[in-house]
Design a protein around this ligand. Structure first.
Ligand SMILES: C=CC1=C(C)c2cc3[nH]c(cc4nc(cc5[nH]c(cc1n2)c(C)c5CCC(=O)O)C(CCC(=O)O)=C4C)c(C)c3C=C
Ligand SMILES: [Fe+2]
Ligand SMILES: [Fe+2]
Length: 365
């Protein structure tokens, strides 16, 4: 009997079809209607979206998108496609590979349909987010399960877990960052992660007691907080600092992209930037390790706006470290993550079990 044909779905967040108000509004409507993103009562969500966010934000966001739009399209899509093509060529003969976006295009149902049309009957899903969050990786997985469950016979699925401390991911990001930090002669590195409402983090804490209970609750990764977004971000930071030879005082962790007035995970990037300048930091390299592809949040929010803010605060230079995009070391890491998920990784290329992985001892903030 022939072996079942396997399909790999790379899933990223999604992006508008064009940097214009209408397409941005369509994208934001779908995105912010997700109850894992705006987790409020449906009536409140409808009102917030239709009376406050959608009348004003799309025009402003479209203007921001226009500043970073590439001739081939949205950076997030262009880079995700390039990664998909590289991974597909590396996995040729083992996997059929498709890119899907959680919101917008290429849509998840279309990607699943395309894989099934090529005879795929088993799936591996890789949400392209290093850190676990209900609004990112969980939402993508939930949608994949929902789409696959529409069939009479539901295909077997394996999901690649959060890879925030995977050596392949960390090494790839360090490899991209090293020459940028050296060329800038950076005197400090800021690791700026996508933020989350604090409420989301508390809801994701199965104990209901740990998360945000104290200032230091995320500083060391334990069995209790292993799924905590903030604890995972700190673990990534320690792993990167170790590889980049940064002492604890040589880097800072912060959280960007907050929306609305409720408290988000702190410290906020736009508060940290002037503080760093005040402390005497002059040449700042910024890494955004929550994103594996450059997008609006890296190129515009950090590469343009954070840079302006830092220079206005007295800094001399701010350089955004590019994301992993389709860097060969990242392609290697993705192939490794897939083989580890499907149980075909050789002993030489697989990672040690998470609990045995070495961790830097000092808190990294
Ligand atoms: C409640 C709001 C939001 C949550 C929660 C959130 C979580 C979250 N987002 C990403 C990754 C990306 N977000 C991007 C854009 C973006 N994010 C929000 C809001 C929330 N994100 C908005 C409204 C937008 C759209 C842009 C804007 O109008 O400002 C992007 C970039 C998309 C692009 O087209 O380039 C990414 C990527 C993660 C990983 C995450 C949870 C950890
Ligand atoms: Fe976001
Ligand atoms: Fe936590």
């Amino acid at each position: 009997m022939p072996a079942p044909k396997k399909g790999l779905l790379l899933v990223n967040l999604g992006t508008p079809d064009a940097p214009e108000t209408g397409p941005v509004r369509r994208y934001l409507r779908e995105f912010l209607n997700d109850p894992r993103v705006l987790d409020i009562h449906p009536v409140g969500r409808w009102a917030l979206l239709n009376l406050i966010i959608l009348p004003t934000r799309p025009a402003k966001s479209a203007e921001a998108y226009r500043k970073v739009w590439m001739k081939e399209g949205s950076p997030l899509l262009v880079h995700s496609r390039a990664l998909t093509a590289e991974v597909a060529s590396r996995l040729a003969g083992q996997y059929e590979v498709e890119l899907a976006m959680r919101y917008g295009n290429p849509s998840l149902p279309d990607a699943v349909k395309a894989l099934k049309a090529r005879g795929v009957s088993e799936f591996v899903v890789l949400p392209l987010y290093p850190h676990a969050a209900a609004s990112s990786s969980s939402s993508s997985l939930a949608r994949v399960y929902e789409v696959l469950s529409e069939a009479w016979d539901v295909a077997p699925v394996r999901a690649v877990p959060a890879f925030f401390d995977h050596p392949g991911f960390l090494e790839a990001f360090a490899e991209v960052a090293r020459p940028v930090i050296a060329e800038l002669r950076a005197d400090h590195v800021l690791m700026s992660y996508h933020g989350l409402p604090e409420r989301h983090m508390r809801k994701s804490d199965p104990s209901g007691r740990h998360c945000l209970a104290s200032a230091s609750c995320c500083d060391v990764l334990t069995d209790v907080n292993r799924n905590c977004y903030r604890a995972q971000c700190f673990a990534t930071s320690r792993g990167l600092a170790e590889r980049l030879g940064l002492a604890p005082e040589g880097y800072t962790v912060s959280f960007q992209s907050r929306l609305g007035r409720t408290p988000w995970v702190k410290p906020y990037t736009d508060f940290v930037l002037p503080e760093l300048a005040k402390k005497g930091v002059r040449r700042l390299a910024v890494m955004c390790p929550a994103f594996v592809a450059d997008c609006l949040e890296t190129l515009e929010e950090v590469g343009i706006r954070a840079r302006e803010q830092f220079l206005e605060s007295g800094g001399e230079a701010l350089t955004l470290v590019p994301s992993l995009n389709a860097h060969p070391a990242w392609v290697d890491a993705v192939v490794r993550l897939v083989h580890e998920a499907d149980g075909t990784a050789s002993a030489a290329t697989s990672s040690p079990p998470a609990a045995a992985a070495p961790r830097a001892p000092s808190p990294a903030r």
